[in-house]
Design a protein around this ligand. Sequence first.
Ligand SMILES: [Zn+2]
Length: 77
Amino acid sequence: MKCNICGGLMNEEETTYTLQIEDKFVMIENVPAKVCPQCGEKLFSPEVVERLQMTIWNNEKPEKTIKTLIFNYKKAV
Ligand SMILES: [Zn+2]
């Protein structure tokens, strides 16, 4: 399968899906996707997207929680 963006040949890989919901940052690891090695474009199948949404909206208990520290470059010393 070819990439829509750059025409590169996409690889079947496991990737991390990230999504920000209000003040929460959600990551789902080991998601099967087609990934373009040239431009980094990721494609998820409709079944995968559906399962991702269920995982997020069902508020499943996360496997782990990491802290995210956010700085503002304009305010940084
Ligand atoms: Zn590409």
